[in-house]
Design a protein around this ligand. Structure first.
Ligand code: NAP
Length: 488
């Protein structure tokens, strides 16, 4: 698949290339009812795209100055008479005030661009309501997902997709063609019953991020509490030492890498579970359970949150030596050593551990940055499928392995030191290793030739227990038909 193919929308979109029956949209006169923010941006964009624009306002004299000189600003009825395609850039509650125009609007295409203030605010969508007010018109829902700002700044600066629906195919085609000339990618959302769904889209707040954000917050809370008990509560209870100052930086900084690391492994765990399910059932045609399906769909967001936590961890770590508490501790250690007359404090093993630990951490962060950058649509669209899957899948897995090395070199032999078990709680890093190591182990098992071969066959369509008809010679020398399982 070429990079260009990846830029295509998932749903069907129109192409007028090579169709002689379709007249070019540019040059057509387009009407706009309303003179507000959206109408103004739309008119500017239409004019720039080569359309003639006529704006219908209740007060054309006052509003004319707000529009480009190439656009004609006139009374609503006058504007409607001059064109067959009219964008209704007016709020739903004012639709009824347009009823006086019903006669002049008859037979024309009305493009409903309106949005609501709440999801499923009205029983019927705004477009259906407009259609009910003007039964002699053809209503097309569209352009509501682009903002006035996007219209003005050009499609290159915002979302390029324009979702369109209507019960009339021809009207939908005309509006799609206009969108295409304006530089947008029209997406056919089917008939008018989809209008409600299209109107809800701009009102949704980060729908794909809800689950990953809750997951990250949940993990953060768990690890934060665990680290708080180990680093603050334990010294207070056991030695009456006040370590509250550790909360804002040290405890947060030991929590962030735990979240980043576990989240990174959660990007690859659903793939492992999916492969296990395929191996178990011996088919790729069995639907995954809904929770796994959802999980697979949220991998990108989980990965980006993992990168976000890792980046914060890097910044926090860089700031550690700047803290006053750190300076006091250094001086305290120096004084102690001087009093004990210790000259050489160099511990070779500690030096090496630290050097390797930091270096591996930097590499892991670099790989995570690469994964994050290539998951951005504009970058992803410039990669072909092989490049994209190499970065996201292979390099991503390498990032998980390197993060594991980072964690192991950080922990070193602490897991075997009984002083590290505060209230019998093991060091935090040992807990974080659980899921990532399971994922790495499973991936290693999947590359064993016998497993890999079976998985590859399943992914190419082979199914366990699928019976294949074949013809075999009978004992009498005649040919007879028999059945066998293809997995034998
Ligand atoms: P706006 O700035 O308030 O403009 C609304 C326009 O409606 C007014 O300028 C007015 O123009 C006209 N209108 C006609 N009859 C009216 C009446 N009885 N009372 C009041 N005004 C009347 O709103 P907007 O931001 O342009 O939004 C217009 C439509 O576009 C809305 O349905 C909105 O949901 C949709 N939309 C807006 C955006 C955006 O980014 N702004 C994005 C997507 C969709 P005249 O005075 O000249 O008649």
């Amino acid at each position: 698949m070429s990079g260009g193919d990846m830029a295509k929308p998932l749903l069907g979109h129109w192409s007028t290339d090579g169709d002689p029956s379709i007249t070019p949209a540019a040059g057509r006169t387009i009407g706009v009812l309303g003179s507000g923010d959206f109408a103004r941006s739309l008119a500017i964009r239409l004019v720039c795209s080569g359309f003639k624009v006529v704006v219908g306002s209740r007060n054309p004299k006052r509003k004319a100055g707000l529009f480009p000189s190439a656009a004609e600003v006139t009374f609503q009825a006058d504007a409607v008479k001059k064109t067959d395609v009219i964008f209704v850039a007016v709020f739903r509650e004012h639709y009824s005030t347009l009823c006086d125009l019903a006669d002049v609007l008859a037979g024309k295409i009305l493009v409903d661009v309106s949005n609501n203030t709440e999801i499923n605010h009205h029983k019927e969508s705004n477009a259906e309501y407009l259609a009910s007010l003007f039964p002699a018109c053809t209503v097309v829902k569209g352009f509501n997902v682009v903002s006035a700002w996007t219209l003005q700044s050009g499609a290159r600066d915002g979302n390029k997709q324009v979702l369109i629906c209507s019960n009339n195919q021809e009207a939908k085609r005309i509006v799609a063609e206009i969108a295409q000339v304006m530089g947008f990618t029209p997406v056919d959302m089917g008939c008018m019953s989809s209008a409600c769904e299209i109107e809800n889209i701009p009102l949704r707040l980060l729908p794909a991020w809800k689950i990953p954000i809750f997951l990250a917050l949940g993990l953060f809370l768990c690890f934060f509490t665990y680290n708080l008990i180990r680093q603050v509560v334990h010294p207070y209870i056991r030695e009456q030492k006040n370590k509250l100052y550790k909360i804002p930086i040290e405890v947060v900084n030991t929590t962030l890498p735990c979240v980043a690391y576990v989240m990174l492994s959660l990007v690859y765990l659903p793939g492992v579970l999916a492969a296990c399910s395929q191996l178990y059932y011996g088919t790729k045609y069995r639907r995954f359970p809904d929770w796994l399906d959802q999980w697979l769909q949220h991998r990108k967001q989980i990965g980006l949150l993992s990168f976000f936590c890792a980046a914060l961890h890097a910044v926090y770590s860089l700031c550690l030596p700047m803290r006053r508490s750190h300076r006091y501790q250094l001086i305290e250690m120096a004084v102690k050593q001087a009093m004990e007359k210790k000259m050489n404090i160099w511990v070779e093993e500690e030096v090496w551990r630290m050097e390797i630990y930091i270096s591996v951490g930097i590499i892991a962060l670099g790989l995570l940055s690469l994964l994050a950058i290539t998951s951005l649509p504009s970058i992803a669209n410039s990669l072909n499928w092989r490049e994209f899957s190499f970065i996201q899948s292979t390099l991503g897995f390498i990032a998980l392995v390197i993060s594991t090395l980072h964690t192991l070199t950080y922990g070193w032999s602490r897991a075997f030191d009984e002083n590290q078990y505060k209230f019998y709680l093991p060091p935090t890093y040992t807990l974080t290793l659980l899921v990532p190591c399971t994922v790495i182990l499973a991936k290693i098992i999947f590359v064993l030739p016998c497993i890999q071969h079976r998985l590859l066959r399943i992914r190419r369509g082979w199914e366990k227990g699928r019976y294949v008809k074949f013809v075999r010679p009978s004992t009498t020398g005649e040919y007879s038909s028999g059945e066998t399982s293809s997995n034998v």
